[in-house]
Design a binder for this molecule. Structure first.
Ligand SMILES: [Zn+2]
Length: 174
């Protein structure tokens, strides 16, 4: 009966398939060190390959190599021990941060937030420099209070309407 399948039986797939076994070997050849230990500053040989996004959380069972992580046995055990009491908000399975203060767990929700933050700030920078976002537009997008004098838009000096450059040089700005 499908519904009474013990978790162990389910966890055997896809690890018993030859496709997975090949993928595992390729990953280990590519990344022979435990990724989590390396982030924590220790060099240890990996002997297990694991999914960064768990299959049961919608992860691809056979992802690209960067969707996988090489782990040593203790780190894999740490993950397995934590797997059933995941914080659903963060998905954190490994404790601690690396030398730059990022969580060692690549699936950590906060890790993803940082990525988004960087992408958002890059987008704001572009919007600001090109004159279509004011500081207060950005503050609103970030749910931050507006700042005094923050409603001004920049006029990009290197932008002119095509054909308007002649005779208008130096006239723009005020
Ligand atoms: Zn390890």
């Amino acid at each position: 009966m499908l519904h009474s399948d013990p978790p162990k039986a389910r966890s055997k797939w896809p690890y018993v398939t030859s496709r997975w076994k090949k993928l595992r070997l390729v990953k280990l050849a590519h990344c022979p060190l435990c990724w989590i230990c390396e982030k924590r500053g220790t060099i240890i040989e990996a002997d297990t390959v694991d999914h960064i996004t768990a299959i049961r959380k919608g992860g691809d069972p056979f992802p690209d190599l960067d969707g996988l992580m090489s782990l040593c046995a203790p780190c894999h055990n740490e993950k397995t021990a934590n797997v059933d009491r995941w914080d659903s908000a963060t998905g954190r399975r490994f404790k601690g941060c690396d030398a730059s203060g990022n969580p060692v767990d690549p699936a950590d929700g906060w890790c993803g937030m940082r990525g988004d933050l960087k992408a958002r700030y890059e987008a704001y920078k572009i919007g600001r420099e090109w004159g279509w976002l004011s500081p207060n537009d950005i503050a609103r997008l970030e749910n931050m209070p507006p700042i005094a004098g923050g409603d001004e838009y920049l006029s990009p000096l290197n932008m002119t309407v095509l054909g308007a450059r002649e005779g208008q040089e130096g006239g723009a700005g005020e």
